[in-house]
Design a protein around this ligand. Sequence first.
Ligand code: ADP
Length: 427
Amino acid sequence: VHRRAARVQEGFGRLSQFVEESVAGIRVVKVFGQEQARMEQFRRLAAEQQERQMELVSVQSAAGPVTEGAVGLAFAALLGVGGPLVLAGRIHLGQFVAFAGYVGLLAWPLGSLGWLMNLWQRGSASWQRLQAILHTPPQVVDPPGVVAMPAPVRGHLEVRGLTFTYPGARRPALHDLSFQVRPGEVVAITGPSGSGKSTLVQLLLRLWEPPEGSIFLDGVDVRRLPLQELRRHLAWVPQEGFLFSGTLADNVAFGAPESPDGMPPAELERLGRLAGLHPDVEGFPDGYGSWVGERGLALSGGQRQRVAIARALARRAAVFLLDDPFSSVDGDTEHRVLEGLLQELAGRTVLLVSHRISVVRRACRILVLHQGRLVEEGSHEELLARGGLYARMAALQRLEEELNFRPGPTTQLQEVCGGARPVEPAG
Ligand code: ADP
């Protein structure tokens, strides 16, 4: 029962995952004309599951007849052995009847014991599967002997000889990376897709564990800081702009957990305007009270990204990590939002990651990554003059813009270096 129950559980997991994916990806399934194929796959999985279930049931259902049969045999033995003893006068009839009564009393507990064993085995199979999840140790934990962050947090970032390989990967995703971002400075990071930009951001956030002595915030190795303390000073706009099912307001206020009663409407609107979200929200029937659907699916990709920007702004952290925040936003909105954002974030440390030259050119220091290595560094003009990877990326994107008839910025844009205003203490 134990072995078969575990197989049933596994099969049920596989079947549920298949259904969940098919429903979540229903548009992809339909457009690629895969309805029939998915249906066939589902039928196969369901038939396998039925087989497993039957294997379990066949053993389980044997438990009843076996215990009842055992009781029947006991009575047969009682008659076969006890009967002649009574006839021979070796025991009294009363003793025989009493003994038969006791055997009868045992029948029900014996049946229950079989049922209990059955249930026990099924339960223990489920429990073992749960244990595998519950007892998975987190890979990133607070180390012993953690130090507190020196206050006030200035937002000085330093990456020193950082090499990082994903578990199981053959090549490092980042290779001997070193750079510094001074408090309040705006630094952009660019590079082709797969060059390690997101990996770097995730290491700064300690979503993956960086090697010791490779990343420092205000001179403290991030590996020595309590995770909550470190992340309190970092605001992050993730590339995919993940949202939770709830209202727009809930999702923005998520960034500011210190205001549990919700965010004042005026502040919500201010952040919405800064993130370029407000014009869209005005068109929604319930404004910021509008429902965003599961994972924010009722919004467009660009709207989700802008909610994620507003959520990060609500955080008031010393360091802002923007991971390709405009990848799904059109050029005009990108310029408008970036402008407001850089003004709002003046004085905070900003790491602006993007593969779009139109975004990164706004920073006066740009780091260019290629295959996990830092290959170029400088301002937009310097990097163009150098004629390297950055210049090639810029030329390619310019060509793309012309082919798409997408007008570039009409005015000469001012580079932003940051560091102009004193840094406010975070948190
Ligand atoms: P970028 O953000 O510049 O597009 P990424 O940092 O996402 O690049 O990826 C850098 C490299 O790391 C790629 O080769 C990618 O395949 C690999 N990579 C990214 N995430 C993972 C992961 N979770 N596990 C293993 N390899 C990964």
